[in-house]
Design a protein around this ligand. Structure first.
Ligand SMILES: [Zn+2]
Length: 571
């Protein structure tokens, strides 16, 4: 029955091609044929195949080598996969594309394990940076330090050592979570920060016992200190800005293609950036497919939303049909908005960074312009508030909760009931694991932290991603986290699993990075499975991700990335 159905689909699709081709052409032949492969299609009608026939940028047919070879003529390029594993190209479900490019240009602190190591890196960077130029870095996390600095406040270091090594250059080092930063003295001077500066709404200037800022700025307080930095950046001409942006985009694109990512869902860009992505896509200069959320627009900019949605522009390389909003912060920095206080900070429920009333106004705008609303919610209080708000939107709107990280037991079934998409990042679970029980206590951690199994069992739709550059953009460690709830073994030592009863199956993990992410973006008609008519976006790997051991997922190497029927990366 299923085979029969597939034959009908193929006939309809090739019929369409015949009709649309010139009358001279009797049959649509493949431009590229991938044979002798081991393909997981992510399509329940035909989950496995050995060959894929491609016509230009779309899949013509999927099946056996013998059947697909019938679609080749003397012009068809035939690629022998030599038994390699292939599947639909990875779709990153939530990342920050420009931030990813920036992390490759600026100081990358993700792998650092002490404050000393960080200030040494800044000292080296400062030596090659003209006085007055800004130094930017990202990825530090005090919970990952093996040695604590001499003086700390809430575990954060003071700026003095950082200020000493950077002299006249302002420095901003963003926290791995993206929800805080540490600045040096020069940056604080330029921003006019003193002990008299008061905390903004939804943000905190971290101070010592005598009230002096130590250099750390959380949530909305970051705006105070990034203002002189963006002023410095904005003094450049439009041409300089565009050139810098294109360089950043080029770095991010290459990083993705090397890792088998053919589509990237960007979790928030401003109007200027969105316009740049569109320009690059329409002029054929965007080497990856981008699906972009507009970063939380101010009421003064609501009129600009009338220009959206913009769907499938630049030959399916650019779509903007969603709006991003932030309701709270991150767990590590006590920013997640909770129903009950933190276990290790009993006076705190976390931070509500945008008043619910403002999110509700944004929701009205999204409804009016037929845009998806994607709200960042980490804490269980934040998740409940968003579910309450989304209840009115209806499942056809496919509104998303970005992170859906800590959910009260009672709220888990509401995702499926309301058709709200839980846009999760499996890798966050294993990165955060060392401090989750500390922050939330055993009960909340066990029943509601990164509860993707419970969500799936309740019928919820999931998306998966890395939140790059918060984490490495590589899908493979994220897939490993999804199926094992473990961090990569360190020095040959296997790590403990974080509540392993919440693991995804292998198949679910692969679907979460393909078909499910396509659905979460309204793109299932074009992407997410290998089937006739879909875009010919594939990744070829040297390990069978369905059958190999969990640890082998971490060892797998991308051999080829194919985007729109063209090989865009080969190892
Ligand atoms: Zn994010």
């Amino acid at each position: 029955m299923k085979k029969h159905l597939r034959a009908i689909c193929l006939a309809i699709f090739t019929g369409f091609l015949l009709f649309s081709c010139s009358p001279v052409q009797k049959q649509a032949f493949a431009t590229v044929l991938l044979v002798n492969g081991n393909f997981f299609t992510a399509d329940s009608l035909m989950p496995h195949a050995s060959a894929v026939a491609i016509l230009n940028d779309r899949i013509l047919a999927v099946g056996t080598d013998a059947d697909m070879r019938k679609l080749a003529d003397d012009k068809t390029e035939i690629l022998d996969m030599q038994g390699a594993f292939g599947m639909p190209g990875f779709i990153e479900g939530h990342g920050h594309f420009k931030g990813l490019g920036g992390s490759l240009e600026n100081l990358n602190l993700l792998g650092t394990s002490s404050w000393q190591e960080i200030t040494d890196l800044v000292a080296a960077k400062a030596a090659g940076t003209p006085e007055g130029d800004w130094i930017e870095g990202r990825g530090w996390h005090q919970e990952k330090w093996t040695r604590q600095p001499d003086r700390t406040v809430n575990g954060y270091p003071y700026h003095d050592q950082l200020s000493a090594v950077s002299a006249g250059r302002p420095v901003l080092l963003f926290h791995a979570s993206g929800h805080g930063l540490i600045a040096n003295e020069k940056a604080m001077q330029l921003a006019g920060i003193s002990r008299e500066t008061s905390d903004p709404i939804g943000g905190r200037i971290v101070r010592d016992a005598s009230g002096n800022p130590i250099g750390v700025f959380e949530e909305n307080a970051m705006d105070l200190i990034t203002k002189p930095f963006s002023d410095w950046e904005n003094r450049r001409s439009e041409a300089e800005r565009q050139a810098a942006f294109e360089k950043t985009v080029g770095l991010a694109t290459r990083a993705c293609l090397e890792k088998g990512i053919t589509s990237f869902q960007d979790a928030g860009s401003d109007f200027w950036e969105v316009a740049q992505y569109r320009r690059l896509a329409e002029s054929g200069q965007l080497g990856i497919r981008l699906w972009v959320m507009i970063m939380q627009p101010a009421p003064a900019d609501f009129s600009k939303l009338a220009d959206y949605p913009q769907i499938g522009l630049g030959n399916q390389h650019f779509t903007c049909r969603a709006v991003k909003a932030y309701l709270d912060g991150a767990l590590g920095s006590y920013g997640a908005w909770l129903l009950a206080p933190y276990a290790d900070k009993p006076d705190s429920y976390g931070q509500n960074t945008t008043p619910m009333a403002n999110i509700a106004v944004l929701a009205d705008q999204c409804r009016q312009h037929k845009l998806q609303l994607c709200v960042h919610a980490i804490g269980d209080r934040a998740n409940r508030e968003v579910l309450d708000l989304f209840a009115g939107a209806g499942p056809q709107a496919r509104w998303r909760i970005e992170h859906s990280q800590h959910i009260d037991k009672q709220d888990i079934p509401r995702f499926a009931a309301l058709g709200v998409i839980a846009s999760m990042q499996a890798i966050h679970c294993t990165s955060d694991a060392p401090f989750v029980v500390k922050r939330l206590g055993e009960e909340r951690a066990r029943t509601g932290a990164y509860a993707w199994r419970s969500l799936l069992d309740s019928g919820a739709r999931l998306a998966n991603g890395t939140d790059a550059p918060v984490e490495d953009v590589d899908p493979l460690p994220c897939l490993y986290a999804a199926v094992s709830r473990k961090r990569a073994p360190a020095n040959g030592i296997m790590q403990d699993a974080f509540f392993p009863e919440q693991c995804m199956t292998r198949r679910e993990a692969l679907l979460s990075y393909t078909r499910w992410n396509a659905y979460a973006a309204f793109e299932e008609a074009d992407k997410g499975i290998l089937a006739p008519g879909k875009l010919a976006d594939l990744v070829i790997l040297d390990k069978d991700l369905l059958q190999c051991t969990p640890e082998d997922i971490l060892q797998a190497k991308v051999q080829k990335t194919i985007l729109g029927g063209r090989v865009v990366f080969t190892r």
